[in-house]
Design a binder for this molecule. Structure first.
Ligand code: DGL
Length: 276
């Protein structure tokens, strides 16, 4: 097999906040980003649908040659990753790997808190899966985790509504609910790759002493570590510094929004993934 890019997947634009950090840390590799914008958001969907959509997207990226795919989406990591790794991969591509964003985050989140109380904001799917409760408990059993679902945030971000009274209303609403449940938390994890775009508004309504942790840098560090530990995988990755962007949605929408998430101009290609 020829050396090929690393696949980065998200339901929409959120994964670009992760890709941005990965590219900064590991600029030498090629990356193929796939946003399933036509079917986003995934957050409110049921388990089977998220699994089915995510698997189609992973197979699309495999079809493009990617030996390694990162699910840069908490909802897909929470709802689909385990089944993809355990059930699908052995049948469809035993020599390829799919990694998520929840475990690398759970491995380090305890280092950020002094009060041992962490707030986790995510989509309904991520929160209902309880993946963060389970994973953080494995690494930091003394840390108490309070979760809050923020169902309006992904639609706001996907539609470019990053500020203004409507956005402020919904940011404050979910933060107030979380703070009422966990008044002593000193660390707030943005456990959805879309949420870093709302960080300025979140900061406005969050007590100053609470740290905000987003995942881009954490996932990038974890990928670098994975590639150090798996030279056989690193050797299968192409290294020309190329970045390609595919979307199941409209390219004019993707290109208009994506630069905000990625921090640089983006030219995407429209693709269909649902025929696999
Ligand atoms: N970016 C996805 C996440 O991290 C959110 C997605 C969605 O609801 O589509 O959970």
């Amino acid at each position: 097999m020829n050396p090929s890019p690393i696949g980065i997947f998200d339901s929409g634009y959120g994964g670009l906040t992760v890709l941005r950090e990965i590219v900064q840390l590991l600029p030498q590799y090629d990356y193929l980003y796939l946003g399933d914008n036509a079917r986003s958001p995934y957050g409110p969907r049921d388990f089977d649908t998220i699994y089915h959509y995510t698997l189609e997207c992973v197979q699309y990226l495999f079809g493009q040659g990617c030996p390694l795919v990162i699910l840069a989406c908490n909802t897909a990591s929470a709802k689909a990753l385990r089944n993809i790794q355990q059930l699908a991969l052995p049948k469809i591509a035993p020599d390829r790997r799919v990694l998520g964003v929840i475990r690398p985050t759970a491995e380090v989140i305890g280092q950020f808190t002094k009060t041992k109380k962490v707030g986790v904001l995510g989509t309904v799917g991520t929160v209902r899966s309880e993946s963060y409760l389970i994973e953080i408990d494995k690494f930091f059993p003394a840390v108490e985790v309070a979760q809050q679902a923020c169902p309006m945030w992904v639609p706001l971000v996907e539609n470019g509504e990053l500020a203004g009274p409507g956005t402020e209303f919904f940011v404050k609403k979910y933060l107030d609910e979380l703070l009422a449940n966990s008044p002593d938390m000193d660390t707030l994890l943005l456990a959805c790759t879309h949420y870093p775009l709302l960080e300025p508004v979140i900061r406005q309504f969050l007590p100053k002493e609470i740290n905000i942790v987003s995942q881009g840098k954490i996932v990038a560090d974890s990928l670098a570590d994975y590639l150090r530990r798996h030279p056989e995988m690193a050797g299968r990755l192409s290294r020309h510094g190329h970045r390609h962007f595919h979307t199941t949605g409209a390219t004019e929408d993707f290109d208009g929004h994506a630069s905000l998430f990625f921090g640089a101009a983006v030219r995407s290609k429209h693709v269909e993934v649902a025929h696999f």
